[in-house]
Write a protein that binds this ligand. Structure first.
Ligand SMILES: [Zn+2]
Length: 453
């Protein structure tokens, strides 16, 4: 006789945005079909989660896996594997670092095919909004793009130019709104950053502190003002990625109060590191917007705890070691590798600040992401949802080690940091994809997830 459940998870502490409950989960056909105390049925596979937390699979809407075209930077095999090791079960890849960039439906389809062949976790894809591709946006929507990503400053990638003037961004948002698409922006003011950079370079600056001074918080705030104003004017849904400052969150909160459809993402690195890490650690801690002073980090935690931040994404953005070493700090490629260590360390710090933090994090890392990006059946440990979860061990402090990273390049800013949270196992639609330091062999391929309107 066939088992009623293909998988049972027993005795775990199950985390939802509403709280932590000791319940069992019954899974059939990849979905959670029963949530109840002490399920007595048998199942084809049973996991005893005694002493462990069952956390919703982390939904990382912000990664740069760089394939096709720059697979030597990361790739659709290693990137998703590392994310799974960090408790992730879904990602949405950014359109710019792959080559060709995803600015039309054909390039979208090509990346989707590759990810379907290679990824161990489920995925969606961003399309790009660049000057001159308005006529491609409908095709990107029909191909299933989660939304459109635009840079308000240079992206660093020649084939993916920034939308650096308000008129072009307005036109893009207008079209996106008509198509029912969300626009995500990298919010840094191009003119301001360029002026400050040119002045520093003219003075011969090459060091990390001088570089930090070229991207003060006002560069971010100016762009957030422009973007939220344009979203209000055009009616476009707006998502500001990687907000680095509490002042930025305050501008977004004010825009929400004016009725603008805007959400704020921050990243683990803005909550775990500060600008002194840029000076001390150098290239592995270089990103834009840059890491901020310690007071800003504390302010971001408070904003998250006050419910003013909507989502947290890794902005995992690696590059080959050769691009991360130069005497001139300005010349080093920016981007922090963080999709594996960033999430467990974030959970560890959150619990240290507030023992009851896990439900809030289940919202920021999963439920809120699914809601904003219209991922049906994702983001919650509840009946009718995909059986996507991570088994977390809490309590025992252990140092993180870059040697355990599954990235193509084992670099990252968290080496040696003590974490009380470890990911023991990650399950996608009922199948174990990661367990005890290894990717499961013969793992089923990840599925492409299209937003549901
Ligand atoms: Zn990014």
């Amino acid at each position: 006789m066939a088992e009623r459940f293909e998988l049972l998870i027993r005795n775990g502490s199950v985390v939802t945005p509403e709280g932590v409950q000791r319940v069992d989960l019954g899974v059939a056909a990849g979905r959670i079909v029963r949530v109840a105390a002490a399920i007595t049925d048998s199942a084809a596979e049973e996991i005893d989660a005694t002493g462990l937390h069952v956390f919703p699979g982390i939904l990382d809407a912000h990664v740069h896996f760089n394939e096709p075209g720059r697979t030597e930077w990361e790739g659709l095999t290693s990137g998703p594997a590392a994310l799974a090791a960090g408790g992730g079960t879904w990602f949405c890849d950014m359109p710019l670092n792959s080559n060709p960039p995803v600015i039309d439906a054909a390039n979208f389809a090509a990346k989707r095919r590759l990810a379907e062949q290679k990824s161990v976790v489920d995925f969606s894809l961003w399309g790009g909004l660049v000057p001159g591709n308005l006529d491609q946006l409908a095709g990107l929507r029909d191909a299933g793009a989660i939304g459109l990503k635009a840079f308000m400053c240079g992206s660093g990638i020649e084939e993916f130019p920034g939308v650096t003037d308000a008129a072009t961004l307005r036109a893009g948002m207008k079209r996106a709104a008509a198509l029912g698409m969300l626009v995500a922006v990298h919010a840094e003011d191009d003119a301001m950053a360029n002026t400050l950079t040119a002045a520093a370079r003219a003075g011969g600056a090459t060091d990390p502190r001088a570089w930090l001074a070229t991207r003060p918080v006002e560069v971010e705030l100016a762009a957030i003002r422009t973007a939220t104003d344009l979203a209000g004017e055009t009616g476009c849904a707006l998502h500001i990625v990687h907000v680095s400052s509490p002042e930025g969150i305050a501008l977004i909160t004010a825009a929400k109060k004016r009725g603008v459809d805007v959400t704020a993402e921050t990243c683990p690195h803005y909550l775990l590191l500060n600008e002194e890490d840029v000076v001390r650690q150098g290239a592995v801690a270089k990103c834009t917007p840059p890491l901020r002073p310690g007071a800003a980090r504390t302010g971001l935690w408070r904003a998250a705890e006050a419910g003013q931040i909507d989502t947290i994404g890794s902005d995992h953005s690696p590059a080959p070691p050769a691009m991360k070493t130069a005497a001139d700090f300005f010349a080093i490629w920016g981007g922090i590798s963080g999709c594996q260590h960033g999430f467990p360390l974030l959970l560890s710090e959150a619990v240290a600040r507030d023992a009851g933090a896990l439900p809030r994090l289940a919202g920021l890392l999963a439920a809120n992401v699914a809601r904003r990006f219209k991922l049906a059946h994702k983001g919650r440990l509840a009946e009718g949802y995909d059986a996507d979860f991570a088994l977390l061990e809490l309590g025992r402090a252990q140092p993180l080690d870059n040697g355990e990273l599954l990235y193509r390049h084992r670099q990252g800013p968290y080496h040696g940091r003590s974490s009380t949270v470890r990911v023991r196992r990650t399950v996608v639609r009922g199948r174990t994809v990661y367990s005890e330091g290894r990717i499961a062999s013969g793992t089923a391929r990840g599925s492409f997830i299209q937003p549901q309107n």
